[in-house]
Design a protein around this ligand. Structure first.
Ligand code: PBG
Length: 346
């Protein structure tokens, strides 16, 4: 930061003032940008690690930490090493996580998703034991559990069947709640899944388990690295018959309202960076907390460019996260959260 410009420029002496009609400039927004302290004083958006949610991948077994090539710095961990990682994140101010289970075996109906001893469920138990105050959320979907990689049960003609999928999703959500999850987060985009999960949770007495709905989840190429991480790329076709088209904004409001009506406690928009307008609209239209998912491809782009020396990683990451918050996200899911928490403290 250069210090003040010369006094002459800031307050011309009376003679200079008489010669130059600088006083025509009645509005000087730069006054509020003069020093770093002043800029912070008037900041409209502030990032805080307490608004971050850390997405993590859980595999069965012990002592596992497998690096994910397309997500530099991220690993698939067994529950024991998951706890070690999250204990460090907790020290840095992270208060919430979102778990993705990666099962040993897949089947056409994704039944393993509801295995009470599955990696996601065991991960929840281990985290709750070690850090009872941590907010533990779980992704509820079938794509990581089905042999075909689709987010629901597939019919004879390759179509993804909506209603038969709801029961499997509800069962998976219940198994997460029974393991101690604070929130379940359905990411499948089947119609009516929030209502089906809410009803199943309530019937089982899990009335305090919340739902963070991936409400406006777009069919996006930004999920590429994630699909490598959990081996969930569809084996045929794509997800466009259930995830939203990137061209649509009004439809996001419809999805968000439906999920809110069905009982979603938190509404999510995903991806984040290419959908800031959607975040802003959902924020304005609904009274629920809004979460935005800074997805794997957004993270990978920053990491790749930083590794090439083309971007300043710290600056770009904080700019990206600030922009997501400015657009209206109350909560931000991001793989950057540990480093961002450290940078924010400096
Ligand atoms: C599962 C799911 C996906 C992501 C979160 N939950 C992938 C997909 O829909 O294909 C993506 C997360 C990321 O890219 O970081 N349905």
């Amino acid at each position: 930061m250069p210090s003040k410009p010369s006094k002459v420029l800031l307050r011309p002496d009376s003679q200079a003032a008489a010669e130059t009609p600088a006083s025509d400039l009645r509005q000087r927004p730069r006054r509020l940008r003069r020093t770093a302290v002043l800029r912070e004083l008037v900041a409209e958006t502030r990032l805080d690690p307490r608004q971050f949610i850390y997405p993590l991948f859980v595999v069965p077994g012990t002592n596992q930490c497998q690096e994910i090539e397309a997500l530099p710095g991220q690993c698939r961990r067994s529950p024991d090493l998951l706890v070690a990682e999250v204990e460090q994140a907790w020290q840095e101010g992270i208060r919430a996580v979102l778990l993705f289970g990666i099962p040993e075996a897949k089947d056409p109906e994704g039944r393993e998703a509801a295995n009470p001893r599955g990696p996601a469920q065991e991960g929840v138990r281990a985290l709750k034991r070690a850090l009872p105050e941590l907010v533990v959320m779980t992704d509820v979907c079938l794509c990581g559990y089905t042999t075909h990689g689709h987010c629901g049960i597939v019919g004879e003609n390759g179509e993804v069947l909506n209603d038969p999928t709801l029961a499997v999703l509800a069962e998976a959500a219940l198994s997460h709640a029974e393991a101690g999850a604070d929130f379940v987060a359905p990411s499948d985009m089947m119609d009516g899944r929030v209502g089906a999960i809410r009803a199943a949770l309530d019937q089982a007495g899990s009335t305090d388990t919340g739902i963070m709905a991936y409400s406006a989840k777009y069919a996006s190429a930004f999920y590429g690295p994630f699909r490598e991480a959990v081996d969930s790329a569809p084996q045929f076709g794509d997800r466009r018959s259930y995830q939203m088209a990137s061209a649509n904004r009004r439809e996001a409001l419809r999805e968000a309202r439906l999920d809110a009506d069905e009982g979603a406690d938190i509404i999510m928009v995903k991806p984040a960076l290419a959908y800031l307008d959607v975040i802003a609209e959902v924020r304005a239209a609904l009274d629920r907390p809004v979460a935005a998912y800074n997805v794997s491809g957004e993270y990978a782009m920053v990491k790749a460019a930083a590794a090439c020396g083309w971007l300043d990683e710290r600056a770009i990451t904080l700019e990206v996260l600030t922009s997501i918050a400015r657009a209206g996200a109350d909560l931000i899911l991001t793989y950057h959260c540990r480093e961002a928490a450290r940078w924010l403290k400096e």
